[in-house]
Design a protein around this ligand. Sequence first.
Ligand code: CTP
Length: 406
Amino acid sequence: MSLAGKKLLLIIGGGIAAYKSLDLIRRLRERGASVRAVMTGAAQEFVTPLSVGALTGEKPFTELFDAASEFDVGHIRLAREADVIVVAPATADLMAKMANGLANDLATAILLATHRPVLVAPAMNPAMWTHPATQRNFAQLIADGISAIGPNQGEMAESNETGTGRMAEPVEIVAAVENLIAIAPDKSSLKGKRVLVTSGPTREPIDPVRFISNQSSGKQGHAVARAAAAAGAEVVLISGPVELPDPSGIKTIHVNTAAEMLKAAEAALPVDVAICAAAVADWKIDDAAPEKMKKANGGPLTLCLSENPDILSTIAHHKRRPKLVVGFAAETEKILDNAKAKLAKKGCDWIVANDVSPETGVFGGERNTVHLVTREGVEDWPTQSKEAVAGALVRRIADTLKRAGK
Ligand code: CTP
C-alpha cells in the first residue's frame, strides 16, 4: 500500500532505539508520506536534530514554547494536521506521561491535543517493560484507543540482555502505519447513532465462590465498542468480567450473569445497531447454593443446568429491534455452515464467524480471522488484528446504514 499524500507526525522519544527512527523516516518517505518530526529533549541525546531534519527535509520540532513555531505551527496544529501520529521509540516515561495525560513538553502536549490515530512502538529494557507500572500504562493506552506495534523479543542494543523490549523493526512499523490508515474510521460516519455492544464472557455462579464461565477475553468486543465510538457513535458497552480497563469515553455497564446482561441490554434499547460479541454462557446452574458447597465424602457432584436466555435472539426479535443486529459465532468446526444456521435461527442480520479452535490462538490473542455472513452471502476477511476487524466491521455498518438511508 502506498502512503502517498499522507502526513505523518513522528514523535521520537529518548531511547537507544531512536537510531532506528532515522531508517523509519526514510522508509515512510519512500512510500510517499511526508514526515514531520518532533523530538523530546532526551531523544536529542541519542540522535541529533540535524540528522532527523536531513531525512525529513524539515527542521524537527523540539520546543513547546518556541516563539517561532508557536506563531507558525504550534502544538495544536501539529496535533491536528497529521493523518497518523507515530511514537517511536515510545519509552516507558513517554507512555507513562501519555497514560496519565501529562503535557509538559511539546511531544506530550501534541499527544494530549490530538484526535488523530496514534501508534506507539514501545522500546525499553525488558525489566522496565515487564514492570507492573509500564504494563498498567500500556493497558491504559490500548483502552484509550491507541494502537501499538511491538515490542519484540531479542537482544537489547545497550546490554547483553535478551527479553521483550526491542522496538519493532522499521518495516513492521511502516506496515502498522499502513494498517492504521486503512482502518481509520471516518470520524463522523456513525454520528448521531446509538450502538449497543456486548463483550466478554458471563459467569454463572455455582455457589458464592465458584462459577461456570469461558475463555473469552473481551478484546474483540471492546475493540468494536472503541471503533464505533471513534466513528462518532454513542456507545453502550455491556461487559462481562474481563481484565480490560473500561474504554475511555464509553458508557460501560458491568455484569456477571447472562440474565444481568440481558436486562442491561434491554434497558439500553432503543439503539440503531446492536453488536453481540459476548460469549454468553449457554447454561446456568439451577438453584446456585447460597453458601459455599462442601465435598460430600468423595461422592460425585451433580449440577443441574438450564439454558440461559439468548440475548442476541431476544434483541433481534424485540419490538424495539435495532436497524441492524450483528452476532458473532465462535466455532471450532464447520464454521460457515454453523454460522449460516445461527443467522437463520437467531434472526439477526449478520454473523461474524470466527474459528476459535485452540490452535488459532483467537481466544485471548490479538489476531482474528473472520467471515462476514449476511443474507446475501459470505465474505472472507484476511487475518488481521482485532482492532482492524473492529474497524472494518464498523465501516461496513456505517456504509450499510447510509445506503439503506437509515
Ligand atoms: N449469544 C447471546 N446469548 C446467548 C448465547 C449466545 O447473545 N445466550 C450470542 C453471542 O453473543 C453471539 C452469538 O449469540 O453473538 C453466537 O454465540 P455462540 O456462542 O457462537 O452460539 P450459541 O448460540 O451459544 O450456540 P452454540 O454454543 O450451540 O454454538
